[in-house]
Write a protein that binds this ligand. Structure first.
Ligand code: AFP
Length: 340
């Protein structure tokens, strides 16, 4: 009788999904699940502010004060603080690091310290906010390697393959929470009427090859000749190999990678003469997205080697990124190695 309703037989909320994932690990203490819940809550708080972004001027902002006389924080600062405060007190983390902060973010001394480490980019693509273009938050969770107490730089600078979970949140025409704990990539869309994330994209798989490329071609003149040759190749006419590729570039990495994962193709941010290692940050942006895309069946490279194998040397180190469909990333590597 119930199957006649327009709803699926089982509502899979994010909460339920996390709980069912936990049950598959009898050794789990539940700490990890609580961490994910808190992250989802932080994301909702950020989303609430993002949806008000366009109203700030109408509601009477003067410089950085709103109509009530409160200071209006820049959204990226707000997101940074909100995520920190949502995550600092529950006793599951030993340290955090955020793209917005130069140094490690230590858990306040009066809160307990746990076995996990959180790295996050609070608001990726923030220069797109005023144009109402999709932005997002990106996160990685690792297990600590130090023994106890406050977390250390060693806990934070782990190669990406050691991630216990990675994910991102999209603030776009709808809000999505996409995460992976190594058992598939799953996307949840917020139903604002009930305030719950509902499973909308189960076990996302990226096509093995695509026909879309995503890169900032304004930098073409600064690229090395092999990168230029690769970009020209993608635009040549050849029906047999699906060329020319279509160009799509939003300028919010998280949104560009999300589209790439759903439709296939490649996103590239190579090094150039101005920024030899490109613009993107290895630990806050490239590693979590590489973890997600690999788990969806794709690949992520710095042009010469797998992103997840790179040992980070410093918190804010930059790295080139080639990410997307497996065949497309392989082809980019072949061009950069001079094999094509
Ligand atoms: P912002 O958060 O400062 O907007 O930076 C976003 C970003 O790191 C990434 O999300 C974009 O893909 C990339 O920069 C865009 O950079 P270009 O303007 O150089 O293409």
């Amino acid at each position: 009788m119930y199957s006649r309703t327009p709803y699926p037989s089982k509502f899979m909320t994010l909460e339920r999904h996390i709980a069912e994932g936990e049950r598959e690990h009898p050794e789990a203490t539940g700490e990890f699940s609580v961490l994910l819940h808190h992250l989802a809550l932080a994301a909702k708080l950020v989303w609430r502010e993002v949806t008000k972004a366009g109203l700030v001027n109408i509601l009477g902002k003067t410089d950085r004060m709103n109509i009530s006389g409160d200071e209006v924080k820049k959204l990226d600062e707000f997101a940074d603080e909100t995520i920190f405060k949502a995550m600092d007190h529950a006793g599951h983390l030993c340290v955090m690091a955020s793209e917005e902060n130069e140094d490690l973010l230590h858990i306040p001394a009066d809160y307990p310290h746990g076995k996990y480490v959180l790295l996050y980019d609070p608001l990726d693509g923030s220069s797109n906010i005023d144009a109402n273009v999709t932005i997002g938050s990106i996160f990685s969770i690792y297990r600590r390697v130090s023994a106890a107490g406050q977390g250390t730089m060693e806990d934070v600078l782990q190669p990406g393959y050691r991630q216990a979970a990675g994910g991102y949140v999209l603030y776009g025409s709808s809000m999505m929470f996409v995460y992976c704990t190594g058992h598939g990539v799953h996307g949840f869309t917020l139903d604002p009427s009930v305030g719950e994330f509902l499973l909308s994209h189960e076990n996302i798989r990226i096509p093995q090859k695509g026909t879309i490329f995503s890169m900032n071609e304004g930098n073409y003149g600064r690229w090395e000749p092999r990168m230029q040759q690769y970009a020209r190749y993608l635009k040549e006419e050849d029906a047999a190999t699906g060329r020319p590729y279509s160009a799509r570039y939003i300028g919010s990495l998280v949104a560009d990678v999300h589209r790439t994962m759903l439709y296939g193709g490649i996103y590239c941010y190579p090094g150039d003469t101005k920024n030899p290692n490109g613009k993107l940050r290895l630990v806050y942006e490239n590693n979590p997205l590489a973890f997600i895309v690999e788990n969806a069946g794709g690949a992520a490279s710095n042009g010469h080697r797998r992103i997840l194998d790179v040992q980070p040397e410093s918190l804010h180190e930059r790295s080139p990124l080639f990410i997307g469909s497996r065949d497309d990333v392989k082809m980019a590597e072949e061009f950069l190695a001079g094999r094509r």
